[in-house]
Ligand binder design. Structure first.
Ligand code: AHR
Length: 481
């Protein structure tokens, strides 16, 4: 049985079931999600390998070969047509030209389930999905259950990495108008114990860990790579539960009355569905979603425990984040552009500016060192890499507002994330394309001889689609110095 078969037998059926990694009903053999590729804007629906099975990642890989792909739709498997698509502008505008949010890369969150490759939804700040016309979702004070499987190591303190029930208007309509799972370490509203991240409930105008609006020390900091997060609510009763999605059982972190603040009892749920954003389209948060559902009715703990056993049996595990010519940690490398204009130019720095320079063996040591980088284990993710300057020890290539810079490592979580890159086979067939770990639609790109992390189409001039594959493909050789 799948998670939704278990919820159905518990009398609390799924009214929304979203996953890019697997079918959530035993008999589900339809489309899990849709990808759109950069080369020709064609789309492809990805289904499971067999009914009830893991997503057909190989179909995505061949469709997206030598180009980029984004996830356009996460289909609802429940039959309620509660599909998730690009979130439109709400109370807050997203980064797209019309104020909508960005779509997620289709390749930012590779995993395996029982050894079979699949992709999660890696959500950087600015990215989100929404359905403002969902049907069958809880409204008012009606009961609902939810669970989601997240990457417990991908979070931040921005508002708000949510999955669940939100406003149908896209705006903040007041306390009690949402009931969604939140994951992250924002401390503007409630918190759990330690420094986070925590599973909390976004009930609008507040993230809550328990009855006390400020803190529930029973809501622990999460350290698991894969985390199962549960939030459920019914009249004057709600609960937070969580556990390791790869082993063991769920623990109840809170189960009791609504928070001690006005507006939450009774609730005023509106029934839209959000992923990766706040109810008002706040889009400063990051996180990774693999699967999740919303139910009609308040699921029993026993039902959720059986769902957790099903998730554990799906065997989520990490897998390679890179492809193409291998880089080895500790080696010195130089990266040569492959666009026809520029095949004698290498990624270099002058002070903190990162650009391309014409370099050859006859240049001075200074110039050679400016074009040489020490390959380091990824500062934010050991499956990827960081690039330390040969002439300025302790300074790394990092993105800042999507421009590549050379800056000293301040050892902050944010710096580490901005300085982590996952090379893959070059999009134009040469060398490597170097994908940003925290913005995986974006790759090292030279544009006007300056280095950016660029997406294949977007609002910045450096996101231009013309020459994209060439501009993001670099031949990596041993370093000049
Ligand atoms: O409740 C926390 C956040 O506050 C909501 O997600 C958002 O709508 C509001 O800004």
């Amino acid at each position: 049985a799948g998670p939704c078969d278990i919820y159905a037998s518990g009398g609390t059926p799924c009214i929304a079931a979203h996953s890019t990694t697997r079918a959530l009903f035993n008999s589900f053999n339809g489309s899990l999600y849709q990808v759109k590729r950069g080369s020709d804007s064609a789309t492809l629906n990805i289904g499971p390998l067999s009914a009830g099975g893991v997503a057909n990642a190989a179909a995505q890989d061949s469709f997206c070969a030598h180009t980029t792909c984004v996830i356009t739709t996460i289909f609802d498997q429940s039959g309620h047509n509660n599909h998730l698509t690009q979130a439109p502008a709400g109370g807050w505008k997203g980064p797209e030209a019309n104020g909508s949010d960005n779509l997620a890369s289709a390749t930012g969150a590779p995993v395996t389930l029982n050894g079979s490759k699949a992709y999660g939804v890696f959500i950087p700040p600015g990215t989100g999905y929404r359905n403002n016309a969902a049907t069958g979702t809880a409204k008012g004070d009606a009961a609902q259950g939810m669970y989601a499987v997240f990457d417990g190591t991908h979070y931040n303190g921005g508002c708000c990495f949510d999955y669940g029930n939100a406003e149908t208007s896209g705006g903040d309509t007041g306390a009690g108008h949402m009931e969604a799972i939140y994951f992250g370490n924002i401390n503007v509203w409630g918190t759990g114990s330690g420094s986070g991240p925590w599973i909390m409930a976004d009930l609008e105008n507040g993230l809550f860990s328990g009855v006390n609006v400020k803190q529930n020390t029973g809501d622990p900091t999460i350290t698991d790579r894969f985390v199962t997060a549960v939030v459920k609510g019914q009249p004057n009763n709600w609960a937070i539960r969580g556990g390791n999605a790869a082993s063991g059982a769920l623990t109840t972190f809170y189960n009791g009355q609504r928070p001690n603040a006005s507006g939450y009892n009774p609730m005023s749920k509106e029934g839209a569905i959000i992923l990766g954003i706040g109810g008002d389209n706040s889009n400063g948060a990051q996180g990774t979603f693999y699967e999740g559902v919303m139910t009609s009715g308040f699921p029993s703990d026993a039902t959720e425990n059986a769902v957790q056993a099903n998730i554990v049996a799906a065997k989520y595990a990490t897998t390679s984040m890179t492809s193409g010519p291998a880089l080895s940690v500790g080696s010195h490398v130089s990266l040569r552009a492959t666009t026809a204009c520029c095949t004698n130019r290498f990624i270099s720095h002058q002070g903190s500016t990162v650009n391309t320079q014409v370099v050859s063996s006859s240049n001075t040591t200074t110039v050679k060192q400016q074009a040489s980088w020490v390959v380091r284990t990824g500062l934010a993710n050991s499956a990827c890499f960081s690039f330390e300057s040969v002439d300025t020890a302790g300074s790394f290539l990092r993105q800042s507002s999507f421009q590549l810079m050379l800056n000293a490592n301040d050892n902050s979580k944010g710096f580490h994330e901005d300085a982590t890159f996952c090379p893959q086979a070059g999009l134009n067939g040469q060398g490597n394309s170097v994908r940003s770990w925290n913005y995986p639609t974006r790759f090292f790109r030279h544009f006007g001889n300056v280095l950016y992390i660029a997406s294949n189409g977007g609002v910045h001039d450096f996101d231009a689609t013309a020459l994209f594959n060439d501009d993001v493909s670099f031949v990596v050789s041993s370093g000049f110095a």
